[in-house]
Design a protein around this ligand. Structure first.
Ligand code: HEC
Length: 125
């Protein structure tokens, strides 16, 4: 660090540094609101929330090994760019009432788009 040399390659190696790999990406910035509770790769597993690895095309509350709320398990939603975007447009309390995910919104449409694009790139199986 002190030499000012480029550490990019090292920084990008671990999944923990996925945000470093996407530095300057607006979607990665928006995703910072999610990192406390979610991971993007299978080997990092679940935090307070389920891993988002492979989330697109997945039916809500079906990830094996994660204890979803009963409210979520009863819902009939498939996660797509549209439904994930909607979740943070109206907020989890309205889109998925009874969820244990804390209420939060991504109010800017542009930010939601950037977030979804980021997730499409980083959660692919
Ligand atoms: C404080 C913790 C927390 C934060 C921050 C958070 N989540 Fe969650 N999230 C959860 C929990 C807990 C669940 C499971 C909810 C349940 O079972 O009711 C969840 C569920 C989800 C689901 C549904 C997953 C599935 O398999 O059905 C998606 C999608 C999701 N979160 C995306 C996000 C995104 C994107 C962000 C950032 C904008 C975010 N979450 C921020 C805790 C969080």
């Amino acid at each position: 660090m002190t030499t000012g040399e480029h550490l990019g390659e090292v920084a990008m190696r671990g999944p923990d540094n996925i945000l470093a790999a996407f530095e300057g990406d607006r979607g990665a910035e928006v995703y910072r609101a999610c990192v406390a509770c979610h991971t993007l790769s299978p080997d990092e597993g679940n935090r307070a929330g389920p891993t988002l690895h492979g989330v697109f095309g997945r039916r809500i509350a079906t990830l094996p090994g994660y204890q979803f709320s009963d409210a979520l398990k009863k819902m009939d939603i498939v996660w797509t760019p549209e439904t994930v975007s909607k979740l943070f447009e109206v907020g989890p309390m309205i889109y998925t009432p009874g969820t244990k995910m804390p209420e939060q919104k991504v109010t800017s449409e542009e930010d939601r788009k950037a977030l979804i694009e980021f997730l499409l790139k980083t959660t692919k199986k």
